[in-house]
Design a protein around this ligand. Structure first.
Ligand SMILES: [Zn+2]
Length: 423
């Protein structure tokens, strides 16, 4: 570890309480989405940036309800680099309060863990990024370029006014790298993710009296069920990987096996998954229904493209001889990834290995995140953030304090490598 990193780490250690207070204040802010107080978190962030003399702009022309903050340190240089960072400050609702063992907005520390909604997803990751910027700013670090942090506030309901909006309005071009502080385990970083393809199916039939339904009319529900039952076939579709991706694939499957602990679950990484999420049809018990609809979430592995999936669906409907079924789809994104031999991935692995004194594994995820927008702009992107994955979007969310602290150290040391920092 070089001298500059050691110096910055020492300074960060002296200010550790500052990081913990920031995270705790973020947890106390009830920025629940939907229907919470987003500005409670925005105000904590503004106050911290003001106090740290970090330059920022608040954008609300995307949406008054879900503002964006863009903060930066360093400056754009001709031969310098721009490193983007991304975090969201909204959290999902707490659900049934009775199922929590503690106040979900406490932000307290107990037995080495910080407690509350958003500790893992992802206020403490965001806090780590802000703290890293403060450490660099306060110590007048000289950067070969700039760090630009995008803080969005509607990630949990689809991101329409967050990263997607920044993407569509060209807020990030020509980045050398992007780091998203979404939760990963401390021993892995996300370097790729599946795509998602959401269908809405509509089935039309012919109404009749229920008593003669087996002979007369056409039941829209049973027709749609025939199709839905066969969608399971899609689960055999396997991704296609380049030779150099195979070790990452193997590691990712191992992580899935170890974390999800269900027989065969590692297929979640490299096969299509199918979830029938909603179904609705019919009006009363004694009528043959003439309408039924269902929505389906498919997750698509690396190497499988949209036209292939649509062809498969068309042939299945033909094979089953189903008439009167319509569908439309939203294609959120293809599966996307960053090569493991990029400087960004090497930097996170090298520094996380050092900070944790353990091996950090680049891996593909089964879900998707805002990383896809940066990758669509050809910016190498990883996800690395503190987390205890069990509590995410569930009850009793917490995160280990050591994870918060070490993660911020990884951010600091990575920046030294990526931006040739001197003091
Ligand atoms: Zn998140």
């Amino acid at each position: 570890m070089n001298e500059i990193k050691n110096k910055l780490l020492k300074l960060a250690a002296e200010k550790e309480n500052d990081l913990i207070d920031l995270c705790s204040n973020l947890i106390k802010a009830k920025s629940v989405n939907p229907n919470g107080d987003i500005y409670s978190a925005i105000n904590v962030i503004k106050e911290y940036l003001d106090k740290s003399n970090i330059e920022y702009e608040l954008i609300d022309r995307n949406s008054k309800e879900f503002p964006i903050i863009i903060a930066r340190v360093g400056e754009k240089k001709e031969n310098g680099k721009t490193i983007f960072l991304n975090g969201h400050c909204d959290v999902v609702p707490i659900g049934d309060i009775e199922k929590w063992n503690f106040d979900p907005f406490s932000g307290e520390i107990k037995d080495g863990k910080m407690l509350g909604r958003g500790t893992s997803d992802m206020k403490c990751g965001l806090g780590g990024l802000m703290f890293m910027m403060k450490v660099l700013k306060e110590n007048e670090a000289k950067l070969n370029g700039e760090i630009v942090l995008h803080i969005v506030s509607d990630e949990e309901t689809g991101g329409e006014f967050g990263t997607k909006w920044l993407y569509e309005n060209n807020y990030f071009e020509d980045g050398a790298a992007c780091i998203i502080a979404e939760p990963t385990s401390s021993n892995n970083c996300e370097v790729g993710q599946k795509g998602s393809l959401w269908f809405k199916f509509k089935s039309y039939g012919i109404p009749a009296h229920g008593s003669i339904g087996n002979y007369v009319g056409e039941n829209a529900i049973t027709k749609l069920l025939k199709l839905l039952n066969r969608l399971e076939d899609f689960r055999t579709i396997e991704g296609k990987y380049e030779e150099k991706q195979l070790p990452v694939l193997e590691d990712s499957k191992k992580i899935a096996r170890e974390s999800l602990k269900v027989e065969g679950v590692d297929n979640v990484i490299d096969h299509v998954t199918v979830n029938i999420g909603t179904i609705n049809g019919g009006t009363n018990t004694n009528s043959v229904p003439d309408y039924c609809e269902a929505s389906v979430d498919m997750r698509i592995p690396i190497g499988i493209k949209l036209p292939f999936m649509l062809d498969k669906l068309k042939s299945l409907i033909n094979e089953l001889g189903l008439k009167g079924i319509e569908y439309d789809y939203t294609w959120n994104s293809e599966a996307n990834y960053t090569d493991v031999d990029t400087e960004l991935v090497k930097a996170v692995v090298r520094n996380a290995d050092y900070i944790w004194n353990a091996k950090t594994i680049p891996a593909y995820q089964w879900a998707s995140s805002d990383a896809r927008y940066y990758r669509l702009k050809n910016i190498p992107t990883i996800q690395y953030g503190p987390a205890n994955t069990e509590g995410i979007h569930s009850y009793n969310e917490d995160v280990d304090v050591i994870d918060i602290v070490n993660c911020s150290k990884v951010y600091i040391t990575m920046m030294v490598d990526l931006l040739d920092i001197t003091l």
